[in-house]
Design a protein around this ligand. Sequence first.
Ligand SMILES: [Zn+2]
Length: 59
Amino acid sequence: MSKVKACLVCNKTSEEIPVTKFNYQDSKFYICPQHIPVLIHKPQELIGLLDGADKLKGV
Ligand SMILES: [Zn+2]
């Protein structure tokens, strides 16, 4: 079975909810529409979930 496409934050999979793929540094991750604002505005909340999140700045 291929790697599950699941939201980085809530772990809902693409079976349950649409998820968008992001490429960051040399890796990629998936996030659902509900959590895209977290990525944009509060990336510090992703520290521990996403490698390098501490380098992101919220807008
Ligand atoms: Zn989510």
